[in-house]
Design a protein around this ligand. Structure first.
Ligand SMILES: [Zn+2]
Length: 328
């Protein structure tokens, strides 16, 4: 290998970034006025405006799926360069690979969500394993939900633990849904084992006291549009407490509609406006204000964190942030 290989490689990557990102970046600059267009990066000398990463959404959901072309165009124009799309039940898993073929910036997770465990077939685990082993993907969304009927709790735990076991076996990161079950989740996973290849607590709703114990267990914390509401003090305190290197942001589209400015564009669904990935820019704005941090810094760190958590899945140098020389 020639001595100057590293320099040549870096230069080529730089040219590649310019060519492939120019359109997106020009639009992003318009959409996110006031940010500096160029930022310096120690690994890559100079990088254009950082793309955003939506750490959790459900593009396969019919409410969004029927408007997917326009929704994805709006997201791209606003600088969202990557999205993690989670399949939640047996019926929606087959729809996911087709979405990636249409939109290569989408990454996938397959999981059985606690809301749908009652509808699972006998072959659910086999089907899940087949999807996970035939498509580059992570595990999720899976979890515990104590807002559901108590009679389902034992079954929820069985399904949750089975999928964590599968994720560890296949060496995949996990997306966890936990609602009103924080104590039980800690107890259960302390006993049975935490996901060994990274995990994110999506739309984090736990307390700020729980943040450090969860950090020690390897958690990333993803914040949704719930933080845009002033009355959500608990969520905002947690957002401030989470270490920067464990922070992610998400829309959970088409659910969890954030509080939006009156001039925001809507996709009008039959049951009223629905949440879509473009609103990640609003969530970023509010998160930056609450943490008293520049928007651009938060955009950069959350995108890097997504790369850290789902790195292998995103592909080497997905956004061009990694020092690719080390990885060759
Ligand atoms: Zn979700």
């Amino acid at each position: 290998m020639p001595e100057n290989f590293g320099i040549i490689f870096r230069s080529r990557m730089l040219v590649y970034q310019f060519i492939h990102r120019w359109d997106v970046l020009t639009e992003a600059r318009k959409a996110r006025k006031g940010n500096k267009f160029w930022i310096l990066d120690t690994e890559f000398w100079i990088l254009p405006l950082m793309p955003l990463f939506d750490a959790h959404c459900h593009l396969q959901d019919e409410r969004l799926f029927q408007h997917l072309d326009e929704a994805m165009q709006r997201a791209t124009n606003a600088g969202i360069g990557g999205l993690m799309c989670c399949g939640n039940c047996e019926e929606d898993w087959p729809r996911l690979p087709g979405i990636v073929r249409r939109f290569p910036q989408v990454r996938l997770s397959f999981g059985l969500h606690p809301w749908y465990i009652g509808k699972r077939s006998e072959a659910w685990l086999h089907a899940l394993k087949t999807h996970l082993t035939t498509t580059p993907s992570a595990v999720g969304e899976i979890g515990l939900d104590h807002a559901l009927d108590k009679a389902t709790f034992a079954d929820q735990e069985t399904v949750f633990l089975t999928q964590i076991h599968l994720a560890n076996e296949l060496q995949r990161p996990v997306t966890i849904h936990c609602r009103r079950a924080w104590g039980r989740m800690m107890e259960l996973l302390d006993e049975k084992g935490w996901p060994a290849h990274g995990f994110v607590l999506h739309s984090y709703s736990g307390s700020c006291e729980l943040v450090q114990p969860l950090v020690r267990r390897g958690a990333f914390f993803s914040f949704s549009g719930a933080i845009t509401f002033d009355q959500n003090r608990k969520g905002r305190e947690a957002l401030i407490t989470v270490p920067l290197d464990r922070l992610l942001i998400e829309t959970d589209a088409p659910d969890l509609m954030p509080l939006l400015p009156p001039d925001a564009p809507f996709i009008s669904g039959s049951q009223g406006p629905i949440n879509e990935p473009v609103y990640l820019t609003e969530i970023l704005k509010v998160a930056a204000r609450i943490r008293n941090a520049p928007e651009q810094e938060l955009a950069e760190i959350t995108t890097r964190n997504a790369e850290e958590l789902w790195g292998q899945l995103l592909g080497v140098n997905y956004f061009g942030f990694r020092n690719t020389i080390k990885l060759i």
